[in-house]
Design a binder for this molecule. Sequence first.
Ligand code: AMP
Ligand code: MG
Length: 428
Amino acid sequence: MTIPVSEMIPVEEARDRILSYVSRLEPVRVPILEALRQVTAEDVVAPFDIPPLDNTAMDGYAVRAADTAGASPDSPRELRVVADLAAGAVLDMVVQPGEAVRIMTGAPVPPGADAIVPFEETDEPLRGPNEAPRRGSIVRVYKEARPGANIRRQGEDVRAGTVVIPAGRVIRPAEVGVLASLGLREVTVFRRPVVAILSTGDEVTEPGEPLEPGHIYDSNAYSIAAMVKANGGIPRLLGVARDTIEDLTAKIREGLDADMLVTSAGVSRGDFDVVKDVLAREGEIAFWTVRMKPGKPLAFGAFTAPDGRRVPHLGLPGNPVSSMVSFELFGRPAIFKMLGRSDWERPTVEAVLEDTVANDDGRRFFARCIVWRHEDGEWHARLTGPQGSGILTSMSAANGLAVLPENRPLARPGERITVMMLDWEHAP
Ligand code: AMP
Ligand code: MG
Protein backbone atom coordinates (compact mmCIF):
# COMPACT_ATOMS: atom_id res chain seq x y z
CA MET A 1 0.00 0.00 0.00
CA THR A 2 1.26 3.46 -0.77
CA ILE A 3 0.08 6.63 0.85
CA PRO A 4 -1.00 9.05 -1.83
CA VAL A 5 1.40 11.92 -2.33
CA SER A 6 -0.10 15.36 -2.10
CA GLU A 7 1.23 18.88 -2.16
CA MET A 8 1.19 21.25 0.82
CA ILE A 9 -1.15 19.59 3.26
CA PRO A 10 -2.38 21.44 6.36
CA VAL A 11 -0.81 20.67 9.74
CA GLU A 12 -3.97 18.98 11.07
CA GLU A 13 -4.25 16.72 8.08
CA ALA A 14 -0.63 15.58 8.41
CA ARG A 15 -1.18 14.94 12.11
CA ASP A 16 -4.40 13.00 11.60
CA ARG A 17 -2.83 10.81 8.96
CA ILE A 18 0.12 10.08 11.22
CA LEU A 19 -2.15 9.30 14.15
CA SER A 20 -4.09 6.84 12.02
CA TYR A 21 -0.88 4.77 11.96
CA VAL A 22 -0.37 4.55 15.71
CA SER A 23 -2.43 2.92 18.44
CA ARG A 24 -2.45 2.75 22.16
CA LEU A 25 0.09 0.20 23.40
CA GLU A 26 -0.70 -2.79 25.61
CA PRO A 27 -1.20 -2.56 29.40
CA VAL A 28 1.70 -3.44 31.67
CA ARG A 29 2.17 -3.51 35.43
CA VAL A 30 4.88 -1.16 36.65
CA PRO A 31 6.09 0.10 40.04
CA ILE A 32 3.99 3.12 41.04
CA LEU A 33 6.87 5.60 40.86
CA GLU A 34 7.81 4.53 37.34
CA ALA A 35 4.21 5.10 36.22
CA LEU A 36 4.54 8.87 36.59
CA ARG A 37 2.80 10.53 33.58
CA GLN A 38 1.54 7.20 32.24
CA VAL A 39 -2.15 6.43 31.92
CA THR A 40 -4.05 3.92 34.04
CA ALA A 41 -5.36 0.98 31.99
CA GLU A 42 -7.94 -0.11 34.58
CA ASP A 43 -9.89 1.31 37.53
CA VAL A 44 -8.06 1.29 40.84
CA VAL A 45 -10.50 0.21 43.56
CA ALA A 46 -9.89 0.88 47.26
CA PRO A 47 -9.46 -2.39 49.19
CA PHE A 48 -10.22 -0.68 52.54
CA ASP A 49 -11.33 2.62 54.09
CA ILE A 50 -8.94 5.54 54.40
CA PRO A 51 -8.52 6.47 57.18
CA PRO A 52 -9.07 2.90 58.37
CA LEU A 53 -10.30 4.11 61.80
CA ASP A 54 -11.53 7.37 63.38
CA ASN A 55 -8.35 9.16 64.46
CA THR A 56 -7.22 12.45 65.86
CA ALA A 57 -6.23 15.41 63.66
CA MET A 58 -4.46 17.14 66.59
CA ASP A 59 -2.16 16.41 69.49
CA GLY A 60 -4.40 16.73 72.55
CA TYR A 61 -6.82 14.86 74.78
CA ALA A 62 -9.53 12.44 73.75
CA VAL A 63 -12.56 13.25 75.89
CA ARG A 64 -16.29 12.82 76.16
CA ALA A 65 -17.52 16.16 74.76
CA ALA A 66 -20.28 16.32 77.40
CA ASP A 67 -17.58 16.47 80.12
CA THR A 68 -16.31 19.79 78.70
CA ALA A 69 -19.68 21.56 78.68
CA GLY A 70 -19.29 25.17 79.86
CA ALA A 71 -15.49 24.97 80.18
CA SER A 72 -13.64 28.31 80.04
CA PRO A 73 -10.29 29.67 81.28
CA ASP A 74 -12.07 30.93 84.42
CA SER A 75 -13.99 27.74 84.89
CA PRO A 76 -11.85 24.82 83.62
CA ARG A 77 -13.10 21.24 83.68
CA GLU A 78 -10.76 18.79 85.37
CA LEU A 79 -10.39 15.34 83.84
CA ARG A 80 -8.32 12.39 84.97
CA VAL A 81 -5.70 11.23 82.46
CA VAL A 82 -6.07 7.47 82.09
CA ALA A 83 -3.68 6.71 79.19
CA ASP A 84 -1.12 8.20 76.84
CA LEU A 85 -1.54 7.18 73.18
CA ALA A 86 1.06 7.57 70.40
CA ALA A 87 0.25 7.47 66.66
CA GLY A 88 -0.04 3.84 65.66
CA ALA A 89 -1.12 2.63 69.11
CA VAL A 90 -4.64 1.30 69.66
CA LEU A 91 -6.37 1.46 73.04
CA ASP A 92 -9.04 -1.09 73.90
CA MET A 93 -10.29 0.49 77.14
CA VAL A 94 -13.41 2.66 77.07
CA VAL A 95 -13.04 6.30 78.12
CA GLN A 96 -15.44 6.84 81.05
CA PRO A 97 -17.09 10.10 82.22
CA GLY A 98 -14.50 12.35 83.86
CA GLU A 99 -11.62 10.68 82.02
CA ALA A 100 -9.27 11.82 79.26
CA VAL A 101 -6.65 10.05 77.11
CA ARG A 102 -3.56 11.98 76.06
CA ILE A 103 -3.34 11.34 72.31
CA MET A 104 -0.97 12.18 69.40
CA THR A 105 -2.02 13.14 65.83
CA GLY A 106 -2.99 10.08 63.82
CA ALA A 107 -3.73 7.83 66.80
CA PRO A 108 -7.13 6.09 66.69
CA VAL A 109 -9.75 7.73 68.92
CA PRO A 110 -10.39 5.37 71.85
CA PRO A 111 -13.93 4.07 72.37
CA GLY A 112 -16.07 6.25 74.63
CA ALA A 113 -14.33 9.47 73.56
CA ASP A 114 -16.11 11.64 70.96
CA ALA A 115 -13.93 14.78 70.74
CA ILE A 116 -10.31 15.81 70.82
CA VAL A 117 -9.32 18.85 72.89
CA PRO A 118 -6.05 20.26 71.48
CA PHE A 119 -3.20 20.89 73.93
CA GLU A 120 -3.63 24.66 73.38
CA GLU A 121 -7.08 24.48 75.00
CA THR A 122 -5.76 22.79 78.16
CA ASP A 123 -3.21 23.57 80.84
CA GLU A 124 -0.65 21.40 78.98
CA PRO A 125 1.30 24.43 77.58
CA LEU A 126 1.72 25.78 81.13
CA ARG A 127 3.72 22.74 82.12
CA GLY A 128 7.48 22.29 81.77
CA PRO A 129 8.91 20.01 79.05
CA ASN A 130 9.04 16.99 81.33
CA GLU A 131 5.80 17.64 83.16
CA ALA A 132 3.25 16.29 80.72
CA PRO A 133 0.39 14.78 82.67
CA ARG A 134 0.78 11.03 82.83
CA ARG A 135 -1.65 8.39 83.89
CA GLY A 136 -3.50 9.30 87.02
CA SER A 137 -2.79 13.04 86.94
CA ILE A 138 -5.34 15.78 86.20
CA VAL A 139 -5.66 17.89 83.04
CA ARG A 140 -7.58 21.17 82.99
CA VAL A 141 -9.73 21.85 79.92
CA TYR A 142 -10.36 25.54 79.13
CA LYS A 143 -12.78 25.30 76.27
CA GLU A 144 -15.94 23.38 75.49
CA ALA A 145 -15.48 20.75 72.76
CA ARG A 146 -18.17 19.97 70.21
CA PRO A 147 -18.83 16.26 69.61
CA GLY A 148 -16.65 15.18 66.69
CA ALA A 149 -14.16 18.05 67.14
CA ASN A 150 -10.74 17.36 65.58
CA ILE A 151 -11.65 13.80 64.66
CA ARG A 152 -10.87 12.48 61.16
CA ARG A 153 -13.58 9.97 60.37
CA GLN A 154 -13.00 6.44 59.14
CA GLY A 155 -13.47 6.41 55.35
CA GLU A 156 -13.79 10.20 55.04
CA ASP A 157 -11.08 10.18 52.34
CA VAL A 158 -11.81 6.87 50.60
CA ARG A 159 -14.54 4.27 51.08
CA ALA A 160 -13.64 0.61 50.55
CA GLY A 161 -14.88 -0.62 47.16
CA THR A 162 -14.99 2.78 45.45
CA VAL A 163 -12.95 3.69 42.37
CA VAL A 164 -10.19 5.99 43.55
CA ILE A 165 -8.40 6.35 40.23
CA PRO A 166 -10.44 5.60 37.10
CA ALA A 167 -8.99 3.97 33.99
CA GLY A 168 -7.63 6.57 31.58
CA ARG A 169 -6.22 8.88 34.24
CA VAL A 170 -2.74 10.39 33.91
CA ILE A 171 -0.63 9.50 36.93
CA ARG A 172 0.73 12.57 38.67
CA PRO A 173 2.50 12.80 42.03
CA ALA A 174 -0.89 12.90 43.82
CA GLU A 175 -1.97 9.64 42.13
CA VAL A 176 1.35 8.02 43.09
CA GLY A 177 0.58 9.04 46.68
CA VAL A 178 -2.99 7.73 46.55
CA LEU A 179 -1.76 4.37 45.19
CA ALA A 180 0.81 4.16 47.99
CA SER A 181 -1.87 5.05 50.57
CA LEU A 182 -3.81 1.99 49.38
CA GLY A 183 -0.73 -0.13 50.03
CA LEU A 184 -0.17 -0.78 46.32
CA ARG A 185 3.33 -1.16 44.89
CA GLU A 186 2.36 -1.53 41.23
CA VAL A 187 -0.25 -0.13 38.88
CA THR A 188 -1.49 -1.19 35.43
CA VAL A 189 -0.77 1.43 32.77
CA PHE A 190 -0.34 1.54 29.00
CA ARG A 191 3.25 0.81 28.05
CA ARG A 192 5.64 3.60 27.15
CA PRO A 193 6.59 3.66 23.46
CA VAL A 194 10.20 3.02 22.49
CA VAL A 195 11.18 5.54 19.83
CA ALA A 196 14.25 4.74 17.73
CA ILE A 197 16.05 7.87 16.53
CA LEU A 198 18.39 7.99 13.57
CA SER A 199 20.33 10.97 12.27
CA THR A 200 21.45 11.00 8.67
CA GLY A 201 24.11 12.91 6.79
CA ASP A 202 27.78 12.56 5.85
CA GLU A 203 28.53 15.83 7.67
CA VAL A 204 26.85 14.83 10.93
CA THR A 205 29.22 13.98 13.80
CA GLU A 206 28.53 12.42 17.18
CA PRO A 207 29.15 14.88 20.07
CA GLY A 208 32.46 14.08 21.76
CA GLU A 209 34.16 13.15 18.47
CA PRO A 210 36.60 15.59 16.85
CA LEU A 211 34.88 17.85 14.34
CA GLU A 212 36.28 17.80 10.79
CA PRO A 213 36.12 20.93 8.63
CA GLY A 214 32.67 21.39 7.16
CA HIS A 215 31.04 18.97 9.60
CA ILE A 216 28.49 19.68 12.33
CA TYR A 217 27.56 17.97 15.54
CA ASP A 218 24.39 15.90 15.71
CA SER A 219 21.96 18.01 17.70
CA ASN A 220 18.75 16.56 16.25
CA ALA A 221 19.11 13.11 17.75
CA TYR A 222 19.55 14.65 21.17
CA SER A 223 16.82 17.29 21.02
CA ILE A 224 14.37 14.71 19.67
CA ALA A 225 15.41 12.10 22.24
CA ALA A 226 14.88 14.70 24.95
CA MET A 227 11.41 15.46 23.59
CA VAL A 228 10.59 11.75 23.51
CA LYS A 229 11.65 11.47 27.13
CA ALA A 230 9.90 14.67 28.22
CA ASN A 231 6.66 13.35 26.72
CA GLY A 232 6.81 9.93 28.34
CA GLY A 233 8.49 7.81 25.66
CA ILE A 234 11.74 5.88 25.78
CA PRO A 235 14.32 7.12 23.25
CA ARG A 236 16.73 4.70 21.63
CA LEU A 237 19.58 6.38 19.77
CA LEU A 238 20.70 4.56 16.62
CA GLY A 239 23.55 6.97 15.83
CA VAL A 240 24.24 8.58 12.48
CA ALA A 241 23.73 6.96 9.07
CA ARG A 242 25.91 7.99 6.16
CA ASP A 243 24.18 9.25 3.03
CA THR A 244 24.30 5.88 1.33
CA ILE A 245 21.43 3.54 0.68
CA GLU A 246 23.35 0.64 2.27
CA ASP A 247 24.17 2.36 5.55
CA LEU A 248 20.75 3.92 5.88
CA THR A 249 18.98 0.65 5.17
CA ALA A 250 21.11 -1.20 7.72
CA LYS A 251 20.57 1.40 10.45
CA ILE A 252 16.84 1.60 9.83
CA ARG A 253 16.59 -2.18 10.19
CA GLU A 254 18.27 -1.89 13.59
CA GLY A 255 15.44 0.38 14.69
CA LEU A 256 12.56 -1.84 13.68
CA ASP A 257 12.09 -3.39 17.12
CA ALA A 258 10.92 0.04 18.33
CA ASP A 259 7.33 1.29 18.37
CA MET A 260 8.19 4.24 16.15
CA LEU A 261 11.18 5.25 14.06
CA VAL A 262 12.23 8.87 13.73
CA THR A 263 14.88 10.01 11.28
CA SER A 264 16.13 13.50 10.64
CA ALA A 265 17.39 15.12 7.43
CA GLY A 266 17.64 13.72 3.94
CA VAL A 267 14.05 14.62 3.06
CA SER A 268 14.67 17.85 1.16
CA ARG A 269 15.53 18.05 -2.53
CA GLY A 270 19.34 17.83 -2.34
CA ASP A 271 21.48 15.33 -4.23
CA PHE A 272 22.34 13.23 -1.21
CA ASP A 273 18.91 13.18 0.37
CA VAL A 274 18.64 9.43 0.19
CA VAL A 275 16.22 8.89 3.07
CA LYS A 276 13.30 9.14 0.71
CA ASP A 277 14.84 6.65 -1.72
CA VAL A 278 15.32 4.08 1.02
CA LEU A 279 11.84 4.65 2.33
CA ALA A 280 10.31 4.30 -1.07
CA ARG A 281 12.16 1.03 -1.57
CA GLU A 282 11.82 -0.53 1.87
CA GLY A 283 8.58 0.78 3.27
CA GLU A 284 5.31 2.44 2.40
CA ILE A 285 5.93 6.10 2.28
CA ALA A 286 4.64 9.56 1.54
CA PHE A 287 6.54 12.79 1.20
CA TRP A 288 4.60 15.75 2.20
CA THR A 289 5.14 19.40 2.15
CA VAL A 290 3.23 20.58 5.17
CA ARG A 291 1.81 24.08 5.11
CA MET A 292 3.95 25.24 8.02
CA LYS A 293 7.13 27.11 8.80
CA PRO A 294 9.64 26.03 9.97
CA GLY A 295 9.47 22.44 8.81
CA LYS A 296 7.94 22.23 5.38
CA PRO A 297 9.32 18.89 4.18
CA LEU A 298 8.16 15.82 6.07
CA ALA A 299 8.33 12.16 5.20
CA PHE A 300 5.95 9.73 6.75
CA GLY A 301 5.36 6.07 6.28
CA ALA A 302 5.82 2.68 7.82
CA PHE A 303 8.20 -0.25 7.68
CA THR A 304 7.34 -3.85 8.33
CA ALA A 305 9.40 -5.32 11.16
CA PRO A 306 10.73 -8.90 10.94
CA ASP A 307 7.95 -9.95 13.33
CA GLY A 308 5.33 -8.50 10.96
CA ARG A 309 4.53 -5.39 13.02
CA ARG A 310 4.05 -2.17 11.10
CA VAL A 311 6.47 0.41 12.51
CA PRO A 312 5.50 4.00 11.75
CA HIS A 313 8.30 6.19 10.52
CA LEU A 314 8.48 9.95 10.94
CA GLY A 315 11.08 11.51 8.64
CA LEU A 316 11.85 14.93 10.08
CA PRO A 317 13.59 17.72 8.22
CA GLY A 318 17.29 18.23 8.97
CA ASN A 319 17.37 21.79 10.17
CA PRO A 320 17.45 21.69 13.96
CA VAL A 321 14.48 23.98 14.60
CA SER A 322 12.42 22.43 11.81
CA SER A 323 12.98 18.99 13.25
CA MET A 324 12.01 20.07 16.77
CA VAL A 325 8.88 21.94 15.66
CA SER A 326 7.86 19.05 13.40
CA PHE A 327 8.37 16.57 16.22
CA GLU A 328 6.38 18.82 18.54
CA LEU A 329 3.44 18.87 16.11
CA PHE A 330 3.55 15.27 14.87
CA GLY A 331 5.79 13.14 17.10
CA ARG A 332 4.40 14.27 20.43
CA PRO A 333 0.76 13.47 19.58
CA ALA A 334 1.90 10.04 18.34
CA ILE A 335 3.65 9.34 21.63
CA PHE A 336 0.62 10.54 23.57
CA LYS A 337 -1.70 8.31 21.56
CA MET A 338 0.52 5.28 22.22
CA LEU A 339 0.48 6.16 25.93
CA GLY A 340 -3.32 6.22 25.89
CA ARG A 341 -3.56 10.02 26.09
CA SER A 342 -5.56 12.31 23.85
CA ASP A 343 -4.65 15.62 25.50
CA TRP A 344 -1.72 16.46 23.25
CA GLU A 345 -3.03 19.93 22.40
CA ARG A 346 -0.72 22.42 24.17
CA PRO A 347 -2.29 25.13 26.32
CA THR A 348 -2.40 28.48 24.52
CA VAL A 349 -2.40 32.04 25.75
CA GLU A 350 -3.54 35.17 23.95
CA ALA A 351 -0.54 37.46 24.21
CA VAL A 352 0.20 41.06 23.27
CA LEU A 353 2.91 40.91 20.63
CA GLU A 354 5.94 43.17 21.13
CA ASP A 355 7.53 42.56 17.71
CA THR A 356 6.51 42.37 14.10
CA VAL A 357 5.92 38.89 12.74
CA ALA A 358 5.58 38.59 8.98
CA ASN A 359 4.33 35.58 7.11
CA ASP A 360 4.96 35.92 3.41
CA ASP A 361 4.02 32.60 1.84
CA GLY A 362 0.71 31.45 3.24
CA ARG A 363 2.11 28.75 5.51
CA ARG A 364 1.32 28.58 9.22
CA PHE A 365 4.20 30.26 10.99
CA PHE A 366 5.34 29.01 14.40
CA ALA A 367 7.53 31.81 15.73
CA ARG A 368 9.81 31.15 18.68
CA CYS A 369 8.93 33.53 21.46
CA ILE A 370 9.11 34.16 25.15
CA VAL A 371 5.85 34.77 26.98
CA TRP A 372 5.54 36.40 30.36
CA ARG A 373 2.96 38.07 32.55
CA HIS A 374 3.42 41.80 31.99
CA GLU A 375 2.94 44.45 34.70
CA ASP A 376 -0.26 45.45 32.86
CA GLY A 377 -1.68 42.06 33.86
CA GLU A 378 -1.66 40.62 30.32
CA TRP A 379 0.51 38.00 28.70
CA HIS A 380 3.13 39.54 26.43
CA ALA A 381 5.18 37.78 23.76
CA ARG A 382 8.52 38.73 22.29
CA LEU A 383 10.44 36.88 19.59
CA THR A 384 13.58 35.25 20.93
CA GLY A 385 15.75 36.20 17.96
CA PRO A 386 16.27 35.38 14.31
CA GLN A 387 13.78 32.81 13.05
CA GLY A 388 16.03 30.89 10.65
CA SER A 389 15.27 27.18 10.85
CA GLY A 390 18.87 26.41 11.81
CA ILE A 391 19.02 28.81 14.76
CA LEU A 392 18.57 26.50 17.70
CA THR A 393 19.50 29.02 20.39
CA SER A 394 16.34 31.00 19.67
CA MET A 395 14.43 27.78 20.36
CA SER A 396 16.35 27.39 23.59
CA ALA A 397 15.41 30.92 24.66
CA ALA A 398 11.72 30.34 23.87
CA ASN A 399 8.93 29.02 26.06
CA GLY A 400 6.28 29.12 23.36
CA LEU A 401 5.51 29.22 19.65
CA ALA A 402 3.47 32.20 18.48
CA VAL A 403 1.12 30.95 15.79
CA LEU A 404 0.55 33.17 12.80
CA PRO A 405 -2.22 31.46 10.79
CA GLU A 406 -1.96 30.79 7.06
CA ASN A 407 -4.30 33.69 6.27
CA ARG A 408 -2.65 36.31 8.49
CA PRO A 409 0.32 37.80 6.65
CA LEU A 410 1.38 40.21 9.36
CA ALA A 411 1.13 40.76 13.10
CA ARG A 412 2.29 44.13 14.43
CA PRO A 413 3.46 45.23 17.87
CA GLY A 414 0.48 45.68 20.19
CA GLU A 415 -1.66 43.16 18.31
CA ARG A 416 -2.80 39.98 19.94
CA ILE A 417 -1.41 36.61 18.94
CA THR A 418 -2.09 33.06 20.07
CA VAL A 419 0.92 31.38 21.61
CA MET A 420 1.20 27.64 21.98
CA MET A 421 3.03 27.18 25.28
CA LEU A 422 5.83 24.61 25.24
CA ASP A 423 6.60 25.11 28.91
CA TRP A 424 6.54 27.86 31.52
CA GLU A 425 10.27 28.17 32.10
CA HIS A 426 12.51 31.12 31.33
CA ALA A 427 9.90 33.86 31.84
CA PRO A 428 11.86 37.11 32.33
P1 AMP B 1 19.24 17.98 4.83
O1 AMP B 1 17.77 17.78 5.02
O2 AMP B 1 19.99 16.72 4.88
O3 AMP B 1 19.52 18.78 3.60
O4 AMP B 1 19.72 18.85 6.06
C1 AMP B 1 19.27 20.18 6.24
C2 AMP B 1 20.18 20.91 7.20
O5 AMP B 1 20.11 20.30 8.49
C3 AMP B 1 21.66 20.86 6.84
O6 AMP B 1 22.22 22.13 7.10
C4 AMP B 1 22.21 19.83 7.76
O7 AMP B 1 23.58 20.02 7.99
C5 AMP B 1 21.39 20.02 9.00
N1 AMP B 1 21.35 18.79 9.78
C6 AMP B 1 21.09 17.58 9.30
N2 AMP B 1 21.11 16.64 10.27
C7 AMP B 1 21.40 17.29 11.42
C8 AMP B 1 21.56 16.87 12.76
N3 AMP B 1 21.42 15.59 13.11
N4 AMP B 1 21.86 17.79 13.68
C9 AMP B 1 21.98 19.09 13.32
N5 AMP B 1 21.84 19.54 12.08
C10 AMP B 1 21.54 18.67 11.11
MG1 MG C 1 21.72 15.81 4.43
